[in-house]
Design a protein around this ligand. Structure first.
Ligand code: URA
Ligand code: CA
Length: 433
């Protein structure tokens, strides 16, 4: 087999076979296939697309390029959740304890944040003492006893994807549906999930700015999941503004606690109930979405969701007393109000700009080496559709530095206030089965 012939075949719009795709990915992983050939192939895929069969073969080949996590010692159907990324997306912190409280095993491998989107581990480390450096055996034992544990990324998962993603980043081939879908799904499958629940974001703060593209991506991932024998569901949700109110590590832990108590922001609560219901169904712990949702509401109302969060934090060294007293979480020295400059209605909040504002405060990493400040971030008081009066606080900046001029400019840039009334955006657009 010659790689140049395979590139030509794809370039001409023909379908690659399983053995051809396996050959390409194996050679690439072993360092025998140069980046220039892989780049040419990625570009050919970008223009010619891939069939459903090719997508499944590519995903499987990337899974097989590295280690796979074995979760078979955990009882029950392990459901993993994945979001295509957003700003202030506190859902994982809420969903873990929420679905675990109704008996869904959550064995979460998580990462740290880079750029303006925060990582789940960074957020959890805002709880004093909490750590994810646990052995695989301990991880499995904790999931079996508490239904919930989080471990840091270990092993060499999907090295082919790692190299290919870096290459796509510099060859204008990131925004290709077959390549994105196989990239995301290969990581979820290698991490050992039996079933996968996807939250595909759309809107200005998302990767897929318009609904049609988000739908195509969701459909592609659901079909790959089914093609490799992992039941997969997707929803498409709004990221035309940040989710919830809080953006920042300790601030989002506090927001998650509020939500687990039933006192969280409306959009975050609704998204968690929707995703949670699908996870409960995928784990076969309910026979309808309505029943699943009722179970979730019950564990919020009776305190079991919150109790599960406490047990989980304690089991991994965390000081669970922060749950009853969030004032013990890291707290910034300065709370600075960003007042509205005019009367009107909020028509837009550019999520990415809010994310960048939080990063500038120190809540996120500009580079892999950056040290983050767990206390800082922003809390939104006005969301799209809200009426504002001149002088009302749009956002509170939580900072450890007095000088927040640059951050304030980012926030003003992200908000648009108009004189006519505006509707709040749709939160959940679609479910893809
Ligand atoms: N996220 C991924 O993990 N892979 C992609 O290709 C795009 C976004
Ligand atoms: Ca949030």
């Amino acid at each position: 087999m010659r790689v140049v012939d395979l590139i030509e075949k794809k370039r001409n719009g023909l379908e690659l076979t399983k053995s051809e795709i396996d050959f390409i990915i194996t050679e690439y992983t072993n360092g025998n296939l140069p980046d220039y050939q892989m780049s040419a192939l990625a570009m050919a895929i970008y223009f010619q697309n891939m069939t459903q069969e090719e997508r499944v073969h590519l995903t499987t080949a990337m899974v097989n390029s590295g280690d796979q996590i074995d979760l078979s010692e955990i009882e029950g159907i392990k459901v993993d959740k994945h979001s295509t990324g957003g700003v202030g997306d506190t859902t994982t912190l809420v969903l873990g304890p929420l679905v675990a409280a109704v008996g869904v095993p959550v064995a979460k491998m998580s990462g740290r944040g880079l750029g303006h989107t925060g990582g789940t581990i960074d957020k959890l480390e805002a709880v004093p003492g909490f750590h994810v450096e646990i052995t695989n055996d301990e991880f499995i034992r904790l999931v079996n006893t508490n239904k919930l544990a989080v471990i840091g990324q270990s092993g060499d998962l999907t090295p082919a994807d790692k190299s290919l993603y870096a290459l796509r980043d510099v060859t204008a081939t990131v925004d290709s549906i077959p390549l994105i879908a196989s990239s995301i799904m290969s990581k979820k499958i290698a991490a050992g999930a039996d079933a996968i629940c996807l939250d595909v974001k759309t809107g200005n703060g998302a990767f897929m700015k318009d609904l049609k593209d988000a739908e195509a991506l969701a459909q592609a991932m659901v079909e790959i999941g089914k093609g490799v024998g992992r039941n997969t569901k997707a929803i498409i949700s709004d990221m035309s503004q940040p989710l919830g109110f809080a953006v920042g590590n300790a601030l989002e832990v506090k927001e998650a606690i509020d939500t687990l108590k039933g006192e969280g922001p409306e959009d975050l609560t609704e998204l968690c109930l929707t995703l949670g219901s699908h996870m409960v169904m995928l784990a076969k712990k309910a026979s309808s979405l309505e029943e699943a949702r009722a179970l979730l509401i019950e564990v919020i109302d009776n305190g079991q969701a919150l109790a599960t969060f406490k047990t989980f934090l304690e089991a991994q060294g965390g000081d669970a007393s922060v749950v009853d007293d969030p004032s013990q979480l890291p707290d910034a020295s300065y709370k600075i109000s960003v007042p509205a400059k005019a009367d009107g209605y909020v028509s837009e909040i550019v999520a990415e700009q809010i994310g960048v504002a939080a990063m500038k405060l120190g809540a996120g990493r500009a580079t892999k080496e950056s040290v983050i400040d767990l206390a800082v971030g922003v809390v939104l008081h006005k969301k799209v559709g809200d009426a504002v009066k001149k002088g009302d606080t749009l956002v509170t900046i939580h900072s450890n530095s007095e000088n927040v001029d640059e951050v304030m400019n980012f926030i003003y840039d992200s908000y648009t206030i108009v004189s006519e009334q505006v509707d709040a955006p749709t939160l959940i657009y679609k479910e893809i089965h």
